[in-house]
Design a protein around this ligand. Structure first.
Ligand SMILES: *Cc1c(COP(=O)(O)O)cnc(C)c1O
Length: 388
């Protein structure tokens, strides 16, 4: 059978593959300490589940508008106004099947052959693949540990060509855990405006900030950059709703209309009663978000201290999200070999940095309990001690 060429142009999601192997080992009774999953380990807060369950009882079980339930689009617009000083109304919002599909829909609506999309490395696994699926060309820009894995305005400027359409910004970042300061965001915004390109800001980890880190949504940096900004967001990470598949884009109306047209012929609306859970997430108390954030903050301290004490490994303390990027270059293995051996011989699941465009690193997710962190880091320590 001859499959479409686009299939061979993309690589399968390595993060999902390692996670699947770890889960299969667990099913076979192996005691695996898993740091691979990119999802919170908490259950969805009760009031959100109750709202969805109530919606089910009320018969919210039918097709809805492709762009999303009007009440949810209103709630999202209000959130973006009050939390982020972004002047959006419901017509600027499309509700999508998670923050992943919001980005996919955006690429389909915006990118065509010949278009270049600038992506800082390390990147979230799906960015370059989505660009390729849309027929565009991902342009990777390597960042440095010295710059905390953040692209500098000069680097961005140097990567822009007449073909550049879009820059992908992700802060707080998966996989680096780094957060761009408001000053850095403003400087990036200036480059966007000067060169008249678009920026998509993936803000899915917005609420997971530590040590007083500040989140500035790039669209709020100036009216000029606001017109060139697309926000990609979702409920998965802050509200522990990964399986619900609710995310959204916020953008100029023209882009939302285009993405809605495409969604109308691909997924139609997001699961109707799930959207009612999302409404409750934004309209209800935000205490649950803060409680989970505090738990992540404590785990972050523990895992960073343990890793910093290991020979041959270096890392930068993250100020957002729930990932720790570890430099393994002194160990002298590829990231894939490192993770494979670590899983097979020491029953610790981590993600090889090659999935994020860097073979010098591995990524640990600390969205897991403290006992697993302590046991897993003992095993990691034994592994690297045997190698260096
Ligand atoms: C998890 C994640 C998303 C979106 O996840 P969904 O489950 O599709 O909402 C988007 N961007 C990054 C960087 C993520 O880590």
């Amino acid at each position: 059978m001859k499959l479409a060429a686009r299939v061979s142009q993309v690589t399968p999601s390595l993060t999902l593959a390692i996670d699947a192997k770890a889960k299969a080992m667990k099913r076979d009774g192996v005691d695996v300490c898993s740091f691979s999953a990119g999802e919170p380990d908490f259950d969805t807060p009760d009031h959100i589940k109750q709202a969805a369950s109530e919606a089910l009882k009320q018969g919210k079980t039918r097709y809805g508008p492709a762009a999303g339930e009007p009440k949810l689009r209103d709630a999202i617009a209000l959130k973006l106004q009050t939390d982020n000083q972004l002047c959006y109304s419901a017509e600027n919002i499309i509700v999508t099947n998670g923050g992943k599909h919001s980005l996919y829909g955006l690429m389909m609506a915006l990118i065509e052959p010949g278009d270049e999309v600038i992506i800082p490395v390390p990147f979230w696994v799906s960015y370059p693949e989505m660009v390729k699926l849309a027929g565009g060309t991902p342009v990777m820009v390597n960042t440095t540990a010295a710059a905390h894995y953040k692209i500098t305005p000069d680097q961005l400027r140097a990567a822009i060509t007449p073909k550049t359409k879009l820059f992908v910004l992700n802060s707080p970042s998966n996989p680096t855990g780094m957060v761009y300061t408001p000053g850095e965001i403003r400087a990036i915004a200036q480059v966007i405006v000067e060169n008249d390109i678009l920026v998509v800001s993936d803000e899915i980890y917005e609420k997971l900030l530590y040590d007083g880190a500040d989140h500035l949504s790039i669209g709020a940096a100036s009216p000029e950059v606001f017109d060139r900004t697309i926000i990609s967001h979702g409920f998965a990470k802050a509200y522990s709703m990964t399986g619900w598949r609710v995310g959204y884009l916020a953008a100029p109306v023209e882009i939302i209309k285009a993405a809605t047209k495409i969604q109308g012929h691909s997924t139609s609306n997001v699961c109707t009663f799930a959207q009612y859970g999302a409404i409750a997430a934004y309209q209800g108390s935000q205490d649950c978000v803060e409680q989970m954030r505090q738990a992540f903050a404590e785990r972050r301290q523990v895992i960073v201290d343990l890793v910093k004490a290991m020979p041959g490994l270096t890392c930068i303390k993250p100020d957002g999200a729930f990932y720790l990027l570890i430099n393994i270059s002194k160990v002298g293995m590829t990231s894939l070999d490192f993770c494979d051996q670590l899983l097979t011989d020491h029953q610790v699941a981590a993600i090889p940095g090659i999935a994020f465009g860097t073979d010098d690193h591995i990524r640990l997710s600390y969205a897991t309990d403290l006992t697993t962190i302590e046991r897993g880091m003992e095993r990691l320590s034994a592994f690297v001690t045997s190698k260096v």
